[in-house]
Design a binder for this molecule. Structure first.
Ligand code: SF4
Length: 237
């Protein structure tokens, strides 16, 4: 996608949603960190439902450790992979207390040393809690970047690097949330809503004309970008 088109895409996304925000409900970096760890392969709605109860009783590393593994598991049982996530959160709380005075560190290296935290989670925390212009690539952003031609890449790390290169600086802080919300609600995996899409003028996906004209019930080939491809040679969760 040409430079002017990339700028036009983000100008349109900004016009449509001037202040994009995460759909996770949190108060402060620690609650955000726990929520993002829980959100791997789970919906934000399911995470919010669990954390609404959990954070009422425990929203600090010390309080979560006081709950213990069984106590924490009881609050997050409805979320997929809860056993692994509970173990990671307990180990993360121990490390936060031991090495960071109970605070969430604001640097990538320290964040990625926390159990259950990979590059994607670190990117979300750095961006959303600490205001750094990082772009975490999840399944939605991977699909949108490839399908539209905005930042094609074979795996999530390649897409992240490309996005960081092509997204104009003035849009970089909010790019993650614009793209994730666009992928979640408009440029969906199986039935993209091209007729209602605010960036369709610049989108390079060949199937959009058929979707807009109604010639395709569900666009042929639309699901082709439905899955994140890893293979970046490192943890990206
Ligand atoms: S035109 Fe269709 S394929 Fe392109 S970004 Fe919009 S919804 Fe996605």
């Amino acid at each position: 996608m040409k430079e002017a088109a990339v700028a036009a895409v983000f100008a349109a996304l900004r016009k449509h949603n001037p202040r994009p925000r995460t759909e996770l409900r949190y108060g402060g970096p620690f609650e955000l960190l726990v929520s993002v760890i829980l959100s791997a392969q789970a919906t934000d709605v399911s995470v919010n439902r669990a954390t609404a109860e959990l954070f009422r009783v425990a929203n600090t590393p010390r309080a979560i450790l006081d709950l213990g593994l069984a106590g924490l598991s009881g609050y997050i049982r409805s979320i997929g992979l809860y056993n692994t996530k509970a173990r990671n959160i307990i180990a993360t709380c121990e490390l936060l207390l031991r090495e960071h005075g109970g605070e969430v560190p604001a640097d990538r290296e320290s964040l990625e040393r926390l159990p259950g935290v990979g590059r994607k989670t670190a990117n979300v925390v750095l961006n959303t809690a600490f205001g750094q212009p990082t772009i975490a690539v999840d399944t939605h952003i991977f699909r949108v970047a490839n399908r539209t031609g905005l930042a094609p890449g074979r795996n999530v790390l390649a897409v992240e690097r490309k996005l960081l290169r092509v997204v104009p600086e003035r849009f970089r802080m909010d790019a993650h949330h614009w793209l994730i919300l666009h992928g979640r609600y408009t440029c969906t995996a199986r039935a993209p809503r091209c007729g209602n899409c605010v960036i369709r003028a610049w989108c390079g996906w060949k199937g959009k004309a058929a979707v807009i004209s109604g010639a395709a019930g569900t666009a042929k080939g639309a699901a082709g970008w439905g899955k994140v491809r890893g293979g970046a040679g490192r943890r990206y969760t």
